[in-house]
Design a protein around this ligand. Structure first.
Ligand code: ADP
Ligand code: MG
Length: 706
């Protein structure tokens, strides 16, 4: 972007084949057909697809595109794409034509054999298909590599099993829509035909200087530091949070915003986060599948633009020990196609029966399937973050806030609610400042699942993880609770009394999931145990939630996952866990052997030499300090070396284990423990050894000098 100042409205969505572009460029009949497909979820005929493909190609070529790509989200956590150019076979005159057919638009066939399938597809059945998700618009991505038309797609195996995040997400959206429509019908809404989740994802990330990053092999290979002592100054001053943004970072954010705006991603807020060098970006919420796509684009763009500014964006949940990690907040609500948000309590919450029913159902869903929600937020980086006093604990609970809690209390106690706490005026005490209405409810940063006015905020998701799975789970578990309510209430004689009774009963049964106190406290851990709420501490322990009878029944009932698909997902997660731990362990071994130990020995040698030098210059000089240091360094070095031997042993043993679940558990219980044991003495050494000798930039260098 050359010009310094510009109007956002002029560039917003300029690289998106969005509704206004389609309306303008497609023949009326084609446009109508496509809209019907999007609205009613019908199949698109090839003839219409041909016309759309042609126009899409012409438009993309005007934007400089040479290639098209089916853009999809396999179960690797990142997006994948295979590029094909638009050119056709050369003609007899040696020239080529640019073409793109409807078939190429709606179906792709990447060689799928190297994407994880968790046993769903034997290697000889390499076929996998990508299918256009016409509800998420195509876009042209421009960067140093040129311009490419990207077509958001779902990715399935030859037999139609989902191999990606998108397919189950779309299935879960169907499920929640169908049950929500039933629910609003009960309350006399005859016009709504679809109800879709609206999702807004707040993304946290770290930025460090790229030159320093390149000196840290641990960051390069694993995305987090495997060693590192805390600098003298941490985040205790709280001076970074919402602090003024330095110009270098501001310039970066500006470029990120421009890139995102062109792609139609409504990047809205940006600010510094709690930790030094930590920041956050949030777009305005969008329909669930679009929001999931956009979050992937946000992560890609944050990384790509950083390199242009000689920065490195770290999306890992815990890049630095002892410094707050990063997460994602998945803000979720349900909106009818007539524009009504089912999570909006309205002005008189105590009179809003439909809202009360919706809340009761959501509490039921979260309580019944807390293990699945926890699993959906599990990734290897989150193991370092959840429950560590900086992120929600690993225990799922729901925060309702004062206003809603008050109504829930009335409903439980009296079977109905007769009043709600009103918002009050906020008095600033300064005449020239406006008095404004205060929210009726405060916030609770420690809750994993919080009601925030007209949406729920699921705050457990890892910063580098896809928000696909959390939304699949949310949509499906709520669909189940809605279905149960509708099955009971449809045809009730005295509808109002029946709803009141249903709400009160459901709230009583699931009251234990509500917690409005401090989720970081030890008392809560104990209280949750008394209430019988699951406290699943690690990723490996959470995975089995996918394949319980309860989970299989749930997902099969709503056609979101088959038993085989669930088993394959569990398998993939075990495999991925073991693989990632293996990479971390090998990186640690490599660094310890090639960088840490040699540097420590060099320093110890220098100490020894200096003792000799001083002694020979003056044999009565007191060198006991140097000697003490030499002893301390040598002892810690020995401890590190012993821990290293153990780490080498367990890492080697892990590779001999065939069964992936067993291997993952072995890695969790042995390899990660052995890694901690190597790290401890080396971090102590970092505090003793002369900085000149230390082989890599310190935490201080990385997070305070950006
Ligand atoms: P908070 O301050 O409660 O975290 P923000 O206004 O910062 O809320 O918004 C956080 C994210 O939630 C944004 O992406 C925003 O667009 C999204 N959001 C706001 N309202 C809704 C809603 N009704 N449904 C889903 N997401 C929403
Ligand atoms: Mg938030």
């Amino acid at each position: 972007m050359e010009q310094k100042y510009f109007n956002v409205a002029d560039i917003f969505g300029e690289n998106v084949f969005n509704d206004s572009v389609m309306r303008e460029r497609l023949p009326k009949k084609t446009y109508q057909k496509l809209k019907e497909t999007i609205r009613d979820g019908k199949e698109l005929d090839l003839e219409t697809a041909d016309v759309i493909a042609h126009e899409m190609k012409e438009w993309a070529i005007e934007k400089g595109a040479t290639h098209y790509s089916h853009w999809f989200q396999p179960l690797t956590g990142v997006t994948a794409e295979k590029h094909d150019s638009f050119i056709t076979a050369p003609m007899s005159n040696g020239k080529v034509l640019m073409s793109f057919s409807g078939k190429e638009l709606i179906k792709g066939e990447p060689d799928a054999s190297s994407f994880p399938s968790g046993g769903l597809r034997a290697t000889f059945e390499a076929r996998g298909y990508t299918a256009w998700d016409c509800t998420s618009p195509a876009f042209v991505r421009q960067d140093a590599a040129g311009a490419t038309l990207c077509i958001p797609t779902a990715f399935c195996s030859y037999r139609g099993e989902a191999l990606d995040q998108k397919t189950p997400l779309l299935r879960s959206m169907e499920a929640i829509s169908e049950q929500s429509v039933r629910l609003v019908r009960l309350f006399g809404d005859e016009t709504t035909t679809r109800v879709l989740p609206s999702v807004g994802v707040e993304q946290e990330y770290f930025l460090v200087d790229r030159d320093k990053y390149l000196e840290r092999k641990d960051l390069i290979y694993t995305g987090r530091t495997l060693f590192g002592a805390m600098p003298p100054k941490g985040q205790e001053m709280d001076d970074h949070y919402f602090g003024a943004i330095p110009e270098r970072i501001e310039a970066y954010m500006r470029d990120v915003n421009i890139e995102l705006w062109k792609l139609g991603v409504s990047a809205k807020t940006q600010h510094n986060e709690v930790a030094p060098a930590q920041h956050e970006l949030a777009p305005i919420y969008a329909e669930c599948n679009v929001a999931v796509d956009h979050n992937q684009l946000i992560m890609e763009t944050l990384k790509k633009v950083a390199v242009r500014h000689n920065l490195q964006c770290l999306l890992h949940e815990k890049p630095f020990n002892g410094v707050n990690g990063s997460g994602k907040h998945d803000n979720w609500s349900l909106v009818t196609d007539t524009g009504h948000n089912l999570l909006d309590p309205g002005k008189t919450l105590h009179e809003n029966l439909q809202f009360q029913l919706v809340i009761a159902c959501i509490l039921e869903a979260v309580d019944e399937h807390a293990d699945l929600l926890r699993e959906s937020a599990a990734d290897i980086g989150n193991d370092h973050r959840l429950g560590a006093d900086e992120a929600p604990p690993a225990i799922i609970s729901v925060f309702l806030g004062a206003q809603l809690q008050d109504v829930v209390d009335q409903l439980i106690k009296d079977g109905e609610a007769t009043s709600s706490i009103k918002s009050t005026k906020m008095k600033t005490g300064v005449a020239t400042l406006p008095d404004f209405t205060k929210d009726a409810t405060d916030r609770n940063r420690t809750s994993p699942f919080a009601f925030t006015g007209n949406k729920f905020e699921f705050r457990m998701v890892g910063s580098q993880d896809s928000v696909g799975e959390p939304n699949v789970v949310l949509n499906t578990i709520v669909a189940e609770a809605f279905k149960k309510a509708c099955d009971t209430l449809e045809g009730a004689e005295d509808f109002e009394a029946a709803v009141n009774e249903y709400v009160a009963k459901t709230l009583k049964e699931h009251e234990r999931i509500i917690f409005n106190g401090n989720g970081y406290s030890q008392e809560w851990v104990e209280e949750a145990e008394r209430r019988g709420l699951p406290n699943i501490k690690s990723m490996v322990e959470s995975i089995s939630a996918l394949t319980t009878d309860k989970s299989i029944k749930l997902f099969e009932e709503f056609g979101v996952f088959t038993r085989d698909e669930l088993q394959s997902r569990a398998e993939i997660e075990y495999v991925q866990y073991a693989k990632e731990i293996n990479i971390e362990a090998r990186t640690m071994i490599d660094l310890t052997v090639k960088q840490m130990i040699p540097s420590i020995i060099a320093y110890a040698t220098e100490l020894g030499n200096s003792i000799n030098t001083i002694r020979s210059a003056c044999d009565v000089a007191d060198v006991s300090t140097q000697q003490d240091m030499l002893i301390e360094v040598s002892n810690l070095l020995k401890e590190a070396k012993q821990a290293l031997l153990k780490l080498q042993e367990v890492t080697a043993h892990a590779t001999t284990i065939e069964d992936s679940k067993e291997k993952a558990f072995y890695c969790y219980e042995n390899v990660t423990v052995a890694m901690d044991a190597v790290r401890a003495p080396i971090d102590k050494l970092e505090m003793i050894v002369d900085k000149e000798y230390w082989p890599m930039p310190s935490y201080g260098d990385l997070i305070f000098e950006v």
